[in-house]
Write a protein that binds this ligand. Structure first.
Ligand code: GLU
Length: 436
């Protein structure tokens, strides 16, 4: 059986990091097993679903590198749902209900006030049906069949169907709720592993009986602990943190992938430049039960670390032409984002005016301006230059290096000067020493 997973977002908003994490785990699992990763657009709610969000979901997955092996839309599959629904109806596993929301609400309150669980009470067989009320539909749980599964994250799970309400699967207007179409699709698409958030655990209990009622073996389930903000809560910020925003901040897709793959697992977050090690290592048994904490600061830091060993070829299409491979290699240990590379173009090619030097540094800079023209720029000019200046002035350490670095780059910190200097035109370097 081909391992088949699916990511099933409702196109009612943009994907946030929490959704993306679920998508990623499904993708990693499918890739690890040479299987299929499907995108299922859960757009049964035609009112709230928007085409622009469908486009956004596809674009975000593509940006993250999560390639899909097929896409389905629930809105194109209503005929299948109808047919399966009729089968369940004929078998007595779905039944018509006529209560109004108000009646249900009162009943709930009565039960709660008596200290009883607010479980839906079925009407006795043959109870009178109110006239003129269009029914909605519930799935009849089998009270005699305890529900059990071994969750890949949570271990053995047990639910007593007697303690659960028969779930509503279809509204009076004929529209579908999430539960049943999802099961019908998982069967029809051959889904072998359902990976989703732990907020779906009780849905799973009901859905397992739906799989069985439709004559199918339920898939394996992995319910992952939810993602929370660094402060430990499901923050508003996290819920609204979309891919466009992260991309705008200079976050590389692989940084987000590297973080979300391992967050909340017992495997360390590592600055990988390819998803291959993440595919190899994914293992739901190593996922923790506590909420995973997402920290934007940690993401920024990981992004930076990843850039430090990212090859020029991987980012060349986003770099100014002036940032050649050698220049990229010199500056990448100091970048937070790829976009920052552009700030270095004037350092290499001008126009660049060094900041005014401190009086005490004048001697060093004059010596550098005097020594530089005779230095062979093709052969480790930094050591030749600092050697000559040291000999001429007696300056050493910080007093020697800092004025030169400042005059050349305008900064106190930055790339290894031995690597950087040969990449700056010699005449330009001399001019900077004289001008500073
Ligand atoms: N559309 C559902 C959701 O976004 C899918 C849940 C599932 O993976 O089955 O919650």
């Amino acid at each position: 059986m081909t391992v088949t997973t699916r990511f099933a977002p409702s196109p009612t908003g943009i994907l946030h990091v929490g959704n993306v994490r679920t998508a990623l785990h499904n993708w990693l699992w499918a890739r690890k097993h040479g299987g299929r990763f499907l995108l299922r657009i859960d757009d049964t709610d035609l009112e709230r679903s928007r085409e622009e969000y469908v486009g956004g979901i596809r674009a975000d997955l593509a940006w993250l590198g999560l390639d899909i092996d097929g896409e389905e839309r629930q809105s194109a599959r209503f005929a299948l749902y109808e047919a399966e629904f009729e089968k369940l109806k004929a078998a007595g596993r779905v039944y018509a209900c006529h209560e109004t929301p108000e009646e249900l609400d009162i009943r709930r309150k009565v039960l709660l006030s008596r200290g009883l669980p607010p479980v839906y009470e079925r009407k006795p067989e043959g109870a009178p049906v109110p006239e003129g009320v269009v029914p909605h539909w519930r799935f009849r749980l089998d009270h005699d069949a305890p529900i059990e599964w071994t969750d890949m994250v949570r271990g053995p799970q047990h639910f007593e169907p007697k303690t659960m309400s028969d779930p509503v699967v279809r509204r009076a207007d004929g529209s579908w709720l999430y539960l049943l179409p999802s099961v019908i699709d998982d069967i029809d698409m051959g889904v072998t592993h359902v990976v989703r958030g732990e907020d779906h655990v009780s849905n799973t209990a009901a859905q397992i009986q739906m799989f069985e009622a439709l004559g199918a073996k339920p898939p394996a389930f992995a319910h992952e602990a939810l993602l929370v903000g660094a402060e430990g809560k499901l923050s508003k910020r996290l819920g609204s943190l979309g891919m466009a925003g992260l991309r705008g901040e200079g976050i590389e897709p692989i940084a987000l992938v590297a973080l979300l793959a391992r967050l909340g697992t017992s495997d360390p977050v590592e600055p990988v430049t390819s998803p291959v090690p993440l595919i190899e290592s994914i293992d739901f048994a190593r996922f923790g039960r506590a909420p995973a904490r997402f920290d934007e600061g940690e993401l920024a830091l990981l992004n930076q670390k990843i850039l430090h060993h990212t090859d020029h070829a991987a980012v060349a299409d986003r770099l100014p032409a002036a940032i050649t491979e050698a220049r990229w290699n010199a500056i990448r240990p100091n970048l937070m984002t790829v976009a920052e590379a552009a700030d270095w173009v004037p350092v290499f090619d001008g126009p660049f005016s060094p900041p005014p030097a401190e009086a005490a540094d004048g001697v060093v800079l004059d010596a550098a301006a005097a020594a530089a023209p005779a230095i062979d720029w093709a052969n480790d000019p930094w050591h030749a230059l600092t050697g000559a200046v040291k000999e001429a002035t007696g300056a050493k350490g910080r007093a020697l290096f800092l004025p030169l670095r400042r005059a050349l780059t305008g900064r106190d910190h930055g790339p290894d000067m031995a690597e950087l200097l040969p990449l700056i035109d010699k005449d330009m370097a001399v001019a900077r020493f004289s001008a500073a």
